[in-house]
Write a protein that binds this ligand. Sequence first.
Ligand SMILES: [Zn+2]
Length: 344
Amino acid sequence: MSGREPSDGPGAEELLALAADAGIHRLAIPTPFQVGRVNAYLIEDSPLTLIDSGPNSGKALDELEQALAARSHTIEDIELLVVTHQHIDHFGLASILARRSGAEVAALEELAPYLRDFGVSTELDDRFAERTMLRHGIPSDIVTALRAVSASFRAWGSAVQVTRPLADGAELTLRDRTLRVLHRPGHSPSDTVFLDESRSILLAADHLIAHISSNPLLARPLDADGDYTGPRPQALLTYMASLEKTRAMDLSLVLPGHGEPIADHAALIDRRLRHHHHRAEKIHGLIAVQPRTAHEIALELWGNVAVTQAYLTLSEVLGHVDLLLEDGRVLEQETDGVVRFAAG
Ligand SMILES: [Zn+2]
């Protein structure tokens, strides 16, 4: 869930101009999703590099071609394609771009099998989501409806072969810069950020966004082959640990996967961390009144949005409940396969 916030500090134009001086150009690509446009970044270096591609749609491809043409490039010119994480608004076009350009495709090594077997990966993701939703009190008719929605979204993704798997901490060397590869899971298990070391510019994708709080979506772990039935992954705790790492970095500029550049990442991260603690308190208040399922808590907080966006809101609640569980303030009680949370 997200709250719009005013931006402060240097204006977006100014920050984009700074990035452009460093040879990094934002290409805002349309998506059919509520999030709006996704930012791909063209790095005019050798190899000519594109960070993320946009979703697999004719409209995205068309606008990407136009944006490249405005900088005197074609799709065929792209030599290196970098995938930041497993969400289809970011990598859906990658296979088409790779085929047309012959570009290398680089991504975190743990993400490579997921992208290669995209169809199977999303099927397993859906099954994981389905079990999680039923376990946390979402009625089965809603679960069925959401599965259909998810299946219809799949066409905006596409399987892609990673030719250059990247280890966490590795370097991606271009002629004029070195990009440090840093795994920052939380928003998704595969979130990878890329640090232009000499310029202290961070290409952050959805790890940090100025105008919306990134949703730490509950996701099947990347190393689970087949159905995952282990303990619930703690997406928000993982995300907050990743944010702390980024906060400690000395950065001049953060270029996010959606919206405007970020000048003061530490202040933004502090706001995000405060927001998560605040929301955890609110949820604790609801649980203190009576034991509730995560879905019941989501209904209290968001009403009908907890139905139309049942998985998103469930992820949001469970993330914050994990904060409370960690502090021993909440207990998990299971009856007939359904979990309720009670005050500890
Ligand atoms: Zn994402």
